[in-house]
Design a protein around this ligand. Structure first.
Ligand SMILES: *Cc1c(COP(=O)(O)O)cnc(C)c1O
Length: 383
């Protein structure tokens, strides 16, 4: 019979019972279903999931169970992961730089939509069935995100006009796509992009079936839940204003905002130095905490003792090192931990579902590989 893994009440109950000496991600499928529902109710179009944020089979199968039917994939391995989780999933292959073998794999996997941002890459797609959509990815120099993806991918608007004409002439279903950059906290980035899409469509004289507004939706980083509905409304209003009633179907492909809140990472305090000023954890930037190095310290951390109770001492900023022997394995300085935190305690980092296990290495024999399923995640402000 198929083995069903245990379901724990909370990270605290698991930590108190198991005293794990390795870092763990706690996954709440309930929270993932809630967030998926929030996107599906609020976003004025098709909600897909960007697999790279967290390709864990449990994430993919729970999103499929929550009614997510389409996935943004960037590689053949991601295609296989999606197929394994959901045999009838629709795949959008939105990595615009592909080898011949990757294109063949995409055709084999039945990819429905392909993005492209350069003529030489469009020319490689000759064998892609004409029943597919080809979405021209364009980029603008807009601010608002923690990371600007436009510096790597995306045609300038003038190039996009030409590409869109070529896509239509070749017989594919033409579409446009963009990505405003990850952790984008300003909805005006999407608004600018939507209006630019309309100008590209007009200049090309090509009607597009769909407009993919990318991911980039902000996750809760500082303890304040982002107002996703405000962003959804701004995108919908911009599309109505630009394209009118007969506009393209909108698509979004959140990664970070879809999955971040459904995981909490627990890392154990291995030791302390300088009277607790310096803390060594059993996970760090080569493991599940790499996104904290890149995005800055989170606004929410809790410390749990061996009995599962939260430490409540006055918080003091610490220097935090990861477990490897590399001196770069250090979080940005000043992580505020309770004064009564002790060696052997666990630091809980809520909101670490995205770009954590997906990017964890096993450098120096450490890293993040264990996931436990829980009903409730603690240490969370309003989602
Ligand atoms: C990474 C990526 C996403 C997801 O971005 P988030 O910032 O995690 O929402 C969506 N679409 C494409 C094409 C991507 O590369």
């Amino acid at each position: 019979m198929q083995q069903i893994p245990p379901l724990w009440l909370s990270p605290e109950s698991h930590l108190a019972r198991s005293a794990p000496d390795h870092p763990i991600l706690y996954f709440s499928p309930r929270v993932l279903h809630e967030v998926a529902g929030r996107f599906q109710r609020g976003f004025p179009g098709l909600v897909t999931y960007a697999v790279k944020a967290n390709p864990h089979p449990a994430v993919l199968s729970n999103l499929a169970a929550a009614g997510i039917t389409a996935f943004d994939v960037a590689s053949p391995a991601e295609m296989a992961a999606v197929r394994a989780a959901s045999p009838d999933a629709v795949m959008h292959y939105n990595n615009p730089m592909r080898s011949k073998a990757e294109i063949a794999a995409g055709i084999e996997h039945g990819v429905a939509s392909w993005s492209v941002d350069e003529l030489s890459e469009l020319e490689k797609l000759g064998a892609v069935p004409r029943s597919c959509e080809v979405a021209v990815r364009f980029a603008l120099p807009v601010a608002g995100a923690a990371y600007d993806f436009g510096s790597k991918f995306g045609a300038a608007p003038e190039e996009a006009i030409e590409l869109l004409k070529q896509v239509a002439a070749a017989g594919w279903t033409p579409a446009l796509c963009f990505h405003p950059g990850t952790q984008c906290e300003d909805e005006s980035a999407w608004v600018e992009y939507v209006h630019a899409a309309k100008r590209i469509v007009d200049a090309a004289g090509v009607k597009i079936a769909r407009l993919n507004v990318g991911g980039g939706f902000a996750a809760n980083r500082d303890g304040v839940a982002p107002d996703l509905e405000k962003v959804f409304a701004a995108i919908g209003a911009a599309a109505d204003q630009a394209f009118g009633a007969d506009g393209p179907t909108l698509i979004c492909e959140p990664g970070r905002a879809m999955v971040s809140e459904s995981f909490t990472l627990a890392a154990r305090i291995k030791g302390m130095r300088k009277g607790g000023e310096v803390v060594f954890l059993n996970d760090g930037i080569y493991g599940g905490l790499v996104d904290i190095r890149d995005m800055g310290l989170p606004g929410r951390v809790e410390v749990v003792g061996a009995d599962g109770a939260h430490r409540a001492g006055l918080r003091q900023p610490r220097v935090v090192f990861g477990p490897t022997c590399d001196s770069l394995d250090r979080l940005p300085d000043g992580l505020p931990l309770p004064g009564d935190a002790e060696t052997g305690d666990y630091v809980l980092f809520p909101g670490l579902g995205a770009y954590s296990s997906a990017m964890s290495t096993h450098f120096n024999g450490y890293g993040l590989s264990d996931v436990a399923t829980v009903i409730e995640l603690s240490g969370q402000a309003a989602r």
